[in-house]
Design a protein around this ligand. Structure first.
Ligand code: HPA
Length: 270
């Protein structure tokens, strides 16, 4: 894994001498964040050695390099999901690469199903913690201590300082935000009514099929991490609709301007 990561990093460094400080992973329906970036360089995943290629509709596959204010950023337009058939090592490979091209802070966005009764479709939840219920762990196997320690401290997976900054930005901009615990399941099925009930019972506020592996690997390498979720559907007895991927994308798109603003200002101000 170390050699593969370094090979990919060397390839990218030969293509561009741009050193990003922030890495951003864009979730379903949130890809237009790249419009906020003064783009200097775009690299399609298909051209990057050792990179998987994304298969889900609504996810483009490219690394986008550029600036926001005076900060250097690399954004992943399109991410890799476990349900697509990738191993957890493949799902998290780009996070490893980001670290070694210079990234120290990772921002992750996603769409999720809400079980917190205060959430509505379109609510924005700042992820304050997660519960990992995915069936495979990205750090399973022999640990390579060049990346990080065998046993990773997860007492603050989501940076409290970054959360405080985004809450202040949201207040200043008049954007309503919640905070919440995100539970990661493998998908690709949306949850049954009783799976949503389980999500609630175990103490989560929302549920989705991404983010957890990337954040674990980011913390393995001590990247400071921030996560934000758009609630695209509600999983409760009163509200359980027959959710489709199209509806998820539509709801995420509707909240996108607000999420974009929060992420953009976090990068500028933090
Ligand atoms: N469940 C899982 N993943 C999701 C959901 C959901 O309800 N909505 C968007 N992504």
């Amino acid at each position: 894994m170390w050699e593969l990561v370094q090979e990919t990093v060397n390839y990218i460094k030969n293509k561009t001498n741009f050193t990003p400080e922030y890495g951003v992973i864009l979730g379903s329906g949130l890809g237009s964040f790249t419009d906020d970036i003064q783009i200097t360089f775009t690299l399609p995943y298909s051209e990057i050695p050792n990179f998987p290629v994304s298969t889900v509709e609504g996810h483009k596959g490219a690394l986008v390099f550029g600036t926001i204010g005076d900060k250097n950023v690399v954004a992943m337009q399109g991410r890799f999901h476990y349900y697509e058939g990738y191993s957890m090592q493949e799902v998290t490979f780009p996070v490893r690469v980001m670290k070694y091209i210079g990234v120290t802070k990772l921002i992750v966005s996603n769409a999720s199903g809400g079980v917190n009764p205060n959430y509505k479709v379109g609510s924005i939840a700042i992820i304050k913690d997660h519960i990992n219920m995915m069936p495979e762990h990205p750090l399973r196997g022999k640990n390579d201590s060049r990346f990080g320690p065998r046993f990773v401290n997860m007492s603050e997976p989501y940076s409290l300082a970054m959360i405080a900054k985004v809450k202040a930005i949201a207040q200043a901009e008049g954007i309503e935000v919640h905070d919440g615990v995100y539970l990661g399941l493998q998908g690709p099925t949306f949850e049954t009514l009783h799976e949503y009930k389980m999500v609630k019972v175990v103490g989560a506020d929302c549920v989705g099929m991404s983010t957890v592996p990337e954040v674990i690997v980011a913390r393995h390498m001590e990247l400071e991490t921030f996560g934000i979720s758009v609630i695209t559907d509600i999983g409760s007895e009163e509200h359980l609709e027959s959710i489709t991927h199209e509806e998820v994308l539509k709801a995420a798109k509707a909240a996108e301007p607000k999420v974009r603003l929060l992420i953009k200002e976090l990068i500028r101000q933090y």
